[in-house]
Design a binder for this molecule. Structure first.
Ligand code: BGP
Length: 456
């Protein structure tokens, strides 16, 4: 049997920096954060220049895998699709360093940094972006297939689509249900197109998708709550996982959307057929928290994400009109950013996903975001150790009960830029002092993880 993968994860925009080096183009995140003068990833963790040191540290931390993403605007030079050889060379160096340090690379093709020229032409609203994604994915397979066995088409379609088109706190900053549905569909179609070209090209390895997994619990056992749970599960999970893993967009969800008057005519039979016939080999689940839900009562759809931490504590809210409402469990702990700490949700969620899809599962992200003082010799982070221990135990329990879980990735390998939260929301096993020459210092959790891995 293949070894279990113990790793940590990152994403291109969040860690690379070097935002316009070596002919990299502007991404939609560069554009948006610069336009609104918000904290950005221009430098981030400077992984672009320090990847060797970072990968060596992962290896010395006992890990045997590393998850990262490729930056589309670093690899494709212009709308004609010309390849940027410098971008290719960079990622080949990263991949070779992974192999040198005994880290199995787990490579995501799209972790949200769309080239801005595509966003300017409508981004995920425009069907042509799907074709552009397919061309870009093929470039990745052609140039890196000798070094990669685990491919991921998209990281968390729900998170970037809902935040970008529905909640409006991510680029392109829209609040529009129809744009959300269309963007979601185009991303799932693009993912299936990439799976198709991967299979037809007979590239080595396996291809999957990574989902922001939010297992759903209900406040009671009533029929009304069970119906609300189904709506919530469609909203949170099924439109990504059923579509990617089973090739089926949940039909009751389409029925509901259509009865609410949404035009779904762009979901044409030819695209549905691509989705149906090109499903993934595995699923990657990023787990931060579950959703506890009750039936919808009253009021407009309200979606609030706390990107302010302590200052915004308790402001998060999810009400989807006519579907469900999310409630906060008074008995569980929450982080400063309102994320519930609930390892049991991971255990139950893995078993559900396993019974439903029967595909290999990787836990591709799991971690806790905290503000920490990193000027000290070593960050003492018992809360992170406790968090990881409880979540890993939940995974191992689900595994013992039969779920085919093949790996665990801590989010994140080292401190990096946390989207709208900035760099001070820290998730890393290794601290980075953004004020002092980006010095790297392993936290206590890094050594705890190393020890845990060596015993398992
Ligand atoms: C996931 C993303 C990551 C990462 C993580 C933590 O949704 O895949 O990119 O950022 O969540 O979220 P945040 O940084 O918003 O706290």
């Amino acid at each position: 049997m293949k070894q279990f993968l113990w790793g940590s994860a990152t994403a291109s925009y969040q860690c690379e920096g070097a935002w316009r080096e070596d002919d990299k183009l502007e991404s939609m995140w560069d554009h948006y954060l610069h336009e609104f003068q918000l904290e950005n990833g221009d430098v981030a963790s400077d992984f672009y220049h320090r990847f060797d040191e970072d990968l060596k540290m992962a290896k010395e931390g006992g890990q045997n895998s590393f998850r990262f993403s490729l930056s589309w605007p670093r690899i494709i030079k212009n709308p004609q699709g010309e390849v940027n050889e410098k971008g290719i060379a960079f990622y080949r160096s990263v991949l070779k360093a992974c192999h040198h340090y005994g880290l199995v690379p787990n490579v995501t093709i799209y972790h949200w940094d769309l080239p801005q020229y595509l966003e300017a032409q409508g981004g995920w609203q425009n069907e042509e972006t799907c074709q552009a994604f397919l061309d870009y994915a093929k470039v990745c397979f052609d140039y890196f297939h000798d070094l990669v066995d685990i491919w991921v088409t998209f990281n968390e379609p729900r998170w970037f689509i809902f935040n970008g088109y529905f909640i409006g706190n991510y680029p392109p900053g829209c609040h529009d249900v129809d744009m959300t549905i269309k963007g979601a569909f185009h991303v799932m179609y693009a993912s299936a197109l990439a799976v198709k070209v991967f299979k037809e090209g007979k590239y080595p390895g396996k291809i999957g998708i990574v989902h922001s997994y939010t297992p759903v619990n209900g406040i009671d056992e009533t029929v009304e709550t069970r119906i609300a749970m189904r709506y919530a599960d469609n909203y949170c999970n099924n439109w990504v996982l059923d579509t990617a893993a089973l090739g089926e967009i949940p039909i009751d969800m389409l029925g509901k959307l259509s009865s609410e008057g949404h035009d779904l005519s762009y979901m044409t039979p030819d695209k549905i057929a691509v989705i149906k016939h090109h499903t993934v080999d595995f699923i990657g689940l990023n787990y931060y928290a579950r959703a506890l839900v009750k039936p919808y009562t009253t009021g407009e759809t309200t979606l609030i994400v706390n990107n302010k931490g302590k200052e915004g504590k308790g402001t998060s809210k999810t009400i989807v009109k006519g579907w469900f409402e999310q409630v906060s469990d008074p008995n569980t702990k929450k982080t400063e950013w309102d994320t519930e700490i609930y390892p049991q949700g991971l255990y139950e969620g893995i078993l559900n996903a396993w019974h439903k899809y029967h595909l290999p599962i990787y836990i591709t992200e799991n971690g806790i975001g905290v503000s920490e003082d990193v000027t000290v010799e070593q960050v003492q982070d018992p809360y992170r150790i406790e968090f990881m221990k409880e979540h890993i135990e939940a995974i191992l329990k689900a595994k013992e009960e039969g779920a085919d879980v093949r790996g665990y990735y801590a989010w994140s390998a080292f401190d990096l830029y946390s989207w709208k939260n900035g760099c001070e929301k820290r998730y890393g096993l290794v601290a980075i002092d953004f004020e002092d020459q980006l010095k790297r210092k392993p936290k206590a959790s890094y050594y705890w993880y190393k020890d845990f891995i060596s015993k398992h």
